[in-house]
Design a protein around this ligand. Structure first.
Ligand SMILES: [Zn+2]
Length: 294
């Protein structure tokens, strides 16, 4: 498949957490332990990427770094970018600036235990939980050494979203997350949303990758990549269809489980169709990680 018509690189990102970290889940600790799929799912992802010779970005929970340091070492040894997904999947909506800062420091410390001093400059909030209610989170990230964020979901969906935010890379204004500010200290690289005239279509991955027919999903990505880079995301539970099935109401059940069996095939198609790089490298290449202007 030709990647000739696309002037930009694409990023695949994986949010490394267990099946029970989903916001919709409520189960006992015992079931969580017994049926953990984070190592199996992440290993399957790493094997797949190795077969295709691709490097990606991994937003990893601090709890996973602490419990599975060998998995994290394999990830960085194979050239992937390690980024932060918080410690235990608590949404930033439930944090204060102080507890959020503590959490980032704890993450830094578990990474140092696993890898020694290691640079981490990217963050994605659990459940895309940075929005107009907590713009202070970007200041905390910047002061803790982060350079980019991927937490602002640029349309309203069931659980989250910041309508009106750009669906391309920008520097959010601390006063208004939906505005670009050339002096903003942090770069936002949102997950893929196609905008055609005034209509927006989420094509970032996860549910959308599973629910949409491949030609529709791919058309959205082609459309974006002719104009700018995009970032997709997926979870280990989405490449292990045999993982624990939670009892959910019909809508949450559909969002969580639809078309799991199609994921690997769709991934392999997309891997062959576009040119991929970790998010950090795309931001560097497109000139976003220099100092803010002015
Ligand atoms: Zn997550």
């Amino acid at each position: 498949m030709s990647s000739g018509p696309f002037p930009h690189l694409a990023a695949f990102s994986f949010d490394i957490e267990d099946w029970h970290h989903s916001e919709v889940n409520r189960v006992s600790d015992e079931i969580r332990e017994r049926e953990s799929i984070v190592v199996k799912g992440t290993t399957a992802i790493l094997d797949l990427l190795q077969r295709h010779g691709l490097r990606c970005t991994f937003f990893v929970l601090g709890d996973v770094v602490r419990e599975h340091p060998a998995l994290i070492r394999r990830m960085v040894d194979e050239g992937h970018e390690l980024a932060c997904h918080g410690m235990s999947h608590r949404p930033v909506w439930r944090a204060t600036p102080e507890t959020f800062r503590d959490e980032l420091r704890e993450f830094r410390s578990v990474v140092t235990d696993a890898l020694g001093e290691f640079p981490v400059i990217g963050f994605r909030a659990p459940t895309f939980s940075i929005d107009k209610s907590n713009p202070w989170a970007l200041d905390v990230l910047r002061s803790e050494g982060y350079r980019y964020d991927s937490s602002i979901f640029p349309m309203k969906v069931k659980m989250y979203g910041t309508p009106g935010a750009p669906c391309w890379i920008y520097r959010p204004s601390p006063a208004d997350l939906t505005r670009h500010d050339p002096h903003g200290g942090l770069v936002e690289f949102p997950v893929a949303t196609a905008q055609v005239f005034k209509l927006r279509f989420p094509v970032g991955g996860g549910f959308y990758l599973r629910a949409l027919p491949l030609p529709v999903f791919r058309a959205g990505l082609d459309y974006i990549l002719r104009r700018r880079p995009f970032a997709l995301y997926l979870h280990p539970r989405e490449v292990t269809p045999e993982s624990h099935r939670m009892e959910l109401d019909p809508l949450d059940g559909f969002i969580t489980y639809v078309n799991l069996h199609t994921v690997v095939e769709k991934l392999e198609h997309l891997f062959g169709r576009y040119r991929w790089a970790p998010m950090r490298e795309i931001l560097e290449r497109e000139g976003w990680l220099g100092p803010p202007q002015g």
